[in-house]
Design a binder for this molecule. Structure first.
Ligand code: ATP
Length: 456
């Protein structure tokens, strides 16, 4: 894809997202906050629909699953145990003139240098050797290690405040509750604990719209298994394939998704095995989702740091520390990739139209109802009746009487509404309406009494 097309697609999407109430810049009237976005009315519904889809597939459809909702604030000790205070870092370089900050690995990768095996010192040497400059053309300083965790302080009195962190990943909220779930639910291995919630990372360079932000939601399953090689391999393969199927269910084309295995040096400090699902964005293949074999790292470390036993007692009374397969993805990235992949410009009746070809289970508005003319009370009344009945059944239904029908169709296409229903003069006599399909633009006459079953 040529560069201007790349910018075009992202720009068009960002503009549509704002214009139609999907995503707004955080605190925009104060100039915006970098790496922070707010969800508008339609974005909130899309976000909820993605969460519902995740919860259904990963938790509700299966017998061995539990879902929890842990707190965002966690004490420092948790992050020492999990290894994040030490290892949750990115290499940072500063433009010596402007003081703007960049990821040293990204600066090198942009210059075609592979950085997987590099220490921070080696990155500095390579930047010097290649005389790499900042995007503003200035020299770069020595790379430094930068921790992504966001700190905060709890308590009323200065000086005696306790340091805490906004969680950098939602995983630890599950791990610290492992014992509570064991004691309260008495699950048998293998079993899973799922969670959806916010995470915070002080990203050095947020960017690409929802792709890299400082506050985001994650959807994660921690799957606890017997600590054997066979169980590890079996469940790793299972969750890897399952996660890919789930991602395709966002309506994303198969050719735009792939697996990529992490190089040894790229793996997180806890990982025994790690693969990403990547999506082909207009700015290259990028991580969408991660499937990690975490081994016994989390439970062992929390047992050590908290002094609480994290062991599971099996049927024979043996105490074991389960292993964990994690499948984890960002909600904002899922939304961005869903929007990008389903953004289509096609031609209908000689006009270019923009369509979000969202799958029905994700579309923020399931069906829109129009009276043909807004100044004919009998049409409006009938359309209102149809609207009320459909709203009761489907929830997210929109009423629109503004402008000509063609324009109303375009507005619904642009937000991904699968069906539009028009009430016209024939409806008054025949008790039927026109149902128009977003994807084919075909229209069909349907009796009002059959409408709900037809749309279901
Ligand atoms: P990246 O390499 O892109 O920084 P990561 O490997 O650090 O991501 P994980 O720690 O595996 O990411 O987090 C799991 C998921 O959370 C990622 O696959 C991604 O979907 C999402 N995620 C991580 N960081 C961000 C971010 N800054 N903004 C939005 N989503 C994110």
């Amino acid at each position: 894809m040529a560069n201007h097309e790349v910018e075009n697609k992202m720009e068009k999407l960002i503009s549509l997202a704002k214009r139609r109430g999907f995503v707004f810049q955080g605190s925009e009237i104060y100039g915006g906050l970098s790496g922070v976005w707010d969800l508008g009315p339609l974005g909130s519904i899309l976000n909820e629909n993605i969460k519902k889809y995740w919860t259904k597939k990963f938790v509700e459809d299966r017998e061995e699953m539990y879902k929890i909702s842990a707190s965002i604030l966690m004490p420092e000790k948790v992050w020492e145990a999990s290894g994040h205070t030490e290892s949750f870092t990115d290499p940072l370089v500063e433009d010596v003139e402007t003081k703007k900050r960049y990821r040293a690995d990204h600066v090198l990768e942009d210059a075609g240098v592979e950085t997987f095996n590099m220490s921070i010192e080696e990155m500095g040497e390579k930047i010097d050797e290649l005389e790499l400059k900042s995007p503003d053309g200035n020299a770069l300083g020595k790379p430094k290690v930068f921790n992504l965790l966001m700190e905060t302080y709890l308590g009323a009195v200065d000086g005696s405040k306790d340091k805490a962190y906004l969680r950098g990943e939602i995983t630890q909220g599950v791990q610290v509750n492992f014992k509570n779930v064991l004691d309260s639910m008495r699950p048998k291995l293998p079993f899973g604990i799922g969670q959806i919630g916010k995470a915070f990372r002080n990203e050095i360079v947020p960017g690409q719209f929802l792709f890299r932000v400082r506050e985001f939601e994650q959807m994660e399953l921690q799957y606890y298994i017997a600590p054997t090689k066979e169980e590890g391999e079996r469940w790793y393969e299972f969750w890897k394939a399952f996660s890919m199927e789930w991602y395709k269910g966002l309506g994303i084309k198969e050719e735009n998704l792939r697996f990529r295995q992490h190089e040894k040096d790229e793996m997180a400090h806890y990982a025994k095995e790690a693969w990403d699902i990547e999506y082909k964005t207009p700015f290259g293949w990028k991580e969408a989702w991660g499937i990690h074999h975490r081994g016994d790292w989390d439970l062992r470390r929390h047992q050590e740091y908290s002094g609480t036993s994290m062991q599971y007692i099996d049927g024979e009374g043996n105490k074991i520390t389960p292993h964990i397969i994690e499948t984890s993805g960002g909600l904002g990235r899922a939304m961005l990739f869903t929007l990008l992949d389903n953004y289509v410009e096609d031609e209908v009746d000689g006009n270019i139209r923009t369509v979000l070809a969202l799958p029905r289970h994700l579309a923020p508005v399931t069906v829109a109802v129009f009276p043909l003319l807004k100044n004919k009370p009998e049409l409006v009344e009938k359309a209102r009746e149809v609207f009320t009945a459909l709203k009761k059944e489907f929830g997210n239904v929109m009423f629109d009487d503004n402008g000509n029908i063609g324009k109303r169709y375009r507005r619904q296409d642009e937000i991904g509404t699968p069906y539009c229903v028009t009430v016209d003069f024939d409806s008054l006599e025949g008790n039927d309406v026109t149902v128009r399909n977003r994807d084919t633009a075909e229209q069909e006459r349907v009796k009002i009494e059959d409408l709900i079953s037809k749309l279901s």
